[in-house]
Design a protein around this ligand. Sequence first.
Ligand code: SF4
Length: 312
Amino acid sequence: MSGHVFGPVFSRRLGLSLGVNNIPYKVCTYSCIYCQLGRTLRLSIERRPYSDPDALAEEVVKVLEEVSRVDYVTLVPDGEPTLDTRVGELIDVIKDVSGERVAVLTNGSLLWVEEVRKALANADLVSVKVDADHEALWRRVDRPHKALSFSKVVEGLVEFSRAYSGVLITETMLVDRVNDSVEDAEAVADMLTRLSPAVSYVAVPTRPPAEGWAKAPPAERVRAFMDVLEERGLRVVPLVRGEERPPKCGADLVKCVLETIRVHPLPMEHIELMARGRGLDINDVLEVVLGSPGVYVVEYEGRKFLVWRPAG
Ligand code: SF4
C-alpha cells in the first residue's frame, strides 16, 4: 500500500493545506512537460487499490493533534489521485475522522469514468487541469496515456462540473510559446465557461520542470491570456513567481526539507530563510540534506532549487 501525509504547507490556492499522498511516485495518466516531479515513471490509466484509507486517516488525525488548524486536507499525490480505486473511501474516512474539509487536486483525465465522478462527489473542493483546447496541443503539453482521448476527457470534465456540488476550480499552466497565445486563451475560455469554475487559476512554471525548455511566458503574455478569460466573465487568479511561501516547518528543519522536496522542488532562498529563523547555518543544513540519496541542486530561471528524484 502507498501513501503518506505531509506538511502542512502553504498552498497558493488552498491556504494552509495538510497533504495526503495516495499514489506511488510518478504513476500518472499524464507526463506534463512542466511537471515539477520530473517525467512520469509509469504512464497508466489502470486504476488500482493504491492506498489504505484507515491508515492515512489515522496519520492525518495524528498530525492535526499538533497543528492548531488547516484550511484543507488535500489529496495532492506524486501522481494522479484518481488512479487509486480507494480514493472515494479515502475522502470519506478523512472527513469522518478529522472533521476537516477535503480538497483533491486532479488532472481530471479520468472523470469520464462514472466511479471516479462518484468518488470525488463528497470532496469539498476539486481542482482540475485545463491546459489545452484541442487534442494536438493537449498531447504536446500534458503528454497523456495513448488510450485517453481529448473529447472523452472534456466530456468527463463537463459531466462532473454539472453534477458536483462542492467548489470546482481549474488550473491552466502556461508554457512559453506552447499554449500561451491569445488564440489559445479564446479556446481555453470556451472550455472553462462550460465548466463554470469558482476560480480559474492561471499558472506558469516556477520550479524546475520535467523538460528544462518548458519556461514561463513573459508577464505581458500571461496578462493578455488572463484578460481574455476575464472578458468572458471568468474569475481569474494568477499563480506566478514570487508568491510562493516557505513550508511551515517544525523544529526538525532537515526532516521537513526532505519531506517537502519529495513533493516539489524547494528554492534555496526559502531554506536559507528557515535556517536563519532557527539560528542555523545553511551550510550545515545543506550538508545533511545533500547527503541523502536522490537530493540534487538544480538551477532554473536563475534560481537554485533543491530537488529529489528517485534512484534509477
Ligand atoms: S503535473 Fe500532475 S498531471 Fe502532470 S504529470 Fe505531473 S503529476 Fe501528472
